[in-house]
Design a protein around this ligand. Structure first.
Ligand SMILES: [Zn+2]
Ligand SMILES: [Zn+2]
Length: 139
């Protein structure tokens, strides 16, 4: 498995992983919009124990049991972790050193997507969170 590497904008926080990517989603939920100051964010899921971090990370608890990590120095958002998905950490794909191979599998929470957004890709779009990854047409 090829190693994935990433970092925040200033480089004070770096991460690497040889773990299996469990999901690649583009999230349009209002919390992600606020947290990243952007219309949507894309992330990759990895097993937390398969990710090595260096540097100082701060957390914001955006809802009970949900923590969003960011660099203390430059403020770049790094990841989302929730007690609801203890086996996964969702790392923002924009932190990848090389994001050229990154393509999300689906758009989720389209119910709160920016009204002006017109997506030209043909990956599945779900009104809420992806219910069952084995059934991409189900919402
Ligand atoms: Zn930084
Ligand atoms: Zn979200």
């Amino acid at each position: 498995m090829a190693e994935l590497n990433g970092q925040c904008m200033c480089g004070a926080v770096k991460w690497s992983s040889t773990g299996k990517v469990t999901r690649r989603l583009s999230c349009h939920c209002s919390d992600c919009q606020k947290a990243t100051s952007s219309p949507f964010t894309t992330f990759l899921g990895l097993a937390p124990e398969m990710v090595n971090w260096t540097g100082e990370i701060n957390h914001y608890e955006s809802s009970h049991g949900t923590h969003r990590g960011f660099c203390l120095k430059c403020g770049s958002r790094l990841y989302f972790r929730s007690d609801k998905w203890p086996g996964e950490i969702h790392i923002h794909s924009a932190t990848l050193d090389d994001a050229s191979d990154y393509i999300p599998d689906a758009h989720v929470v389209m119910g709160s997507a920016a009204s002006w957004l017109r997506l030209a890709d043909d990956i599945p779009k779900h009104q809420s969170f992806q219910a069952d990854p084995t059934d991409p047409d189900k919402e």
